[in-house]
Design a protein around this ligand. Structure first.
Ligand code: IMP
Length: 433
């Protein structure tokens, strides 16, 4: 009974939503372990498009969905999402469990984010402006408010008063226009509490009990490894442990109960927000990728920065996560490119290396080394078997797998569920059973 982690191998937006949706039939529970409503999974079910920010997409397939303790929860955003799904006929309250240990995100977290993003002496990260970082700051500083606290009204009021006072002081100190009605927000959150109460439980216990009875769990990472607080391009990262290790702490499930890790990568590369991106193509080719791949943020609508597949980066994220298999998405986006460069190394002071540097300065100074080849020109769109791909596309995929050192077990050739290639006899098909 395999429990699997599936997560992004680049800077997020790799197309995990579709893959998780595709796999959820084979699992009993789908769990989120970090991040908040900064994430955006776009999933198509027939003609219907769903953008899920907090709720694991397994819910669309009638699966049990769990929001783990590592997630930061904006109850307003959650209820909005629940209502939208409810209108589409999806029974969220019957299927969703929310950790009593997840931290609550408040309107003042967005205020704090504004303060830190606007400070003249700090580089703006280009966040999603959802207050995610400041909520994690309160968590790590041990003054955060958790779901269990929210449900305990007396206790909540005392904790809230103290946390709100901190933020008012901060806003005054930094001369930020603070328009938050703190009392109104508190009352609103107390109402939210009653609406989520029936879904709240100790989700670590729920998951571990489920494992004992042989149920299968899919852990769904949000963002991507290069946005992980420790392993990403710090400080241009999100504030949580997006890498595979985060699944254990963020869901309360031991590493001994995880049987495989699947990485999702685009056939090229994108990033939103600031920060280094060695293979970015700021020219016409990047623009063509953006158009062909509809590369605009699912949550913020921001145009994504586009560039080429980066082998050293994938080797790095494979090492950090221990990928058993890779899913390559959006192969069809490259169909019309006469030439597709692949970055095979980084030139640093005349020497070629595949080591991903730790500092932004070093990362920006490196010179990507490209191997350019024509690969293929022709349609891969909608292909459902490896054999039906153009020869050049097969060579491209084989080349990426060999260079990264991880098999490619699944290929996505379009947004629909059936526009997918599953590689027979791969570790991927064995893991998903
Ligand atoms: P935050 O998560 O809002 O604090 O933003 C920090 C960085 O992570 C910014 O560069 C965001 O653009 C990026 N980011 C956050 N969530 C996502 C996501 O789901 N996909 C891609 N980038 C993201």
């Amino acid at each position: 009974m395999n429990n699997i982690i599936i997560l992004g191998a680049q800077w997020g937006d790799e197309g995990k939503g579709k893959v998780v949706d595709l796999l959820s039939d084979r699992f009993d529970i789908v769990t989120r372990y970090q991040g908040g409503h900064n994430a955006g999974h776009t999933v198509f079910v027939g003609p219907k498009k769903f953008v899920l920010k907090l709720i694991p997409s397994g819910i669309l397939r009638g699966k049990r969905a769990v929001i783990g303790n590592g997630v930061v929860l904006d109850p307003g955003a959650l209820l909005e999402e629940m209502e939208a799904l409810g209108r589409a006929g999806i029974d969220v309250p019957g299927h969703l469990a929310i950790s009593n240990r997840a931290h609550i995100l408040f309107p003042f977290h967005r205020l704090v984010e504004k303060v830190s993003e606007a400070r003249a002496d700090r580089v703006a990260i280009g966040t999603t402006s959802r207050g995610i970082g400041p909520c994690y700051e309160d968590k790590i500083a041990r003054r955060g408010i958790r779901v269990a606290d929210l449900l305990d009204t007396e206790n909540f009021r005392a904790l809230y008063a103290s946390l709100a006072q901190d933020k008012k002081t901060l806003a005054r100190a930094f001369q930020i226009a603070d328009t938050i009605d703190y009392e109104k927000a508190r009352a609103e959150y107390e109402q939210f509490a009653e609406r989520i109460r029936p879904m709240v439980c100790d989700t670590s216990r729920l998951l571990n009990e489920a494992i004992k009875t042989g149920q299968r769990i899919l852990f769904e990472g949000a963002q991507g490894t290069m946005l992980d607080i420790d392993h990403g391009t710090y400080p241009f990262v999100t504030s949580s442990s997006a890498a595979a290790g985060g699944a254990c702490t963020g869901a309360g499930v031991p590493p001994t109960k995880i049987h495989g890790v699947i990485g999702v990568s685009k056939a090229y590369c994108t990033r939103v927000g600031g920060g280094p991106f060695p293979t970015e193509d700021g020219g016409a080719a990047g623009e063509r990728i953006r158009k062909a791949g509809n590369e605009f943020g699912a949550v913020t609508g921001r145009p994504r920065r586009c560039g080429w597949f980066d082998v050293p980066l994938l080797r790095y994220t494979s090492a950090v996560n221990g990928f058993d298999s890779l899913v390559i998405t959006k192969l069809d986006v490259l169909d019309d490119f006469a030439e597709i460069p692949v970055c095979t190394g980084y030139r640093v002071q005349g020497r070629v290396t595949d080591e991903v540097p730790a500092t932004i300065g070093q990362m920006e100074a490196l010179d990507p080394v490209y191997e350019k080849a024509p690969w293929w020109k022709g349609s891969t769109r909608g292909a459902t078997s490896y054999d039906s791909l153009p020869d050049g596309a097969k060579r491209y995929l084989d080349y990426l797998a060999a260079k990264v050192g991880v098999e490619i077990g699944c290929i996505s050739t379009g947004p629909e569920r059936n526009e997918t290639i599953l590689m027979p006899d791969s570790r991927f098909t064995k893991l998903i059973g």
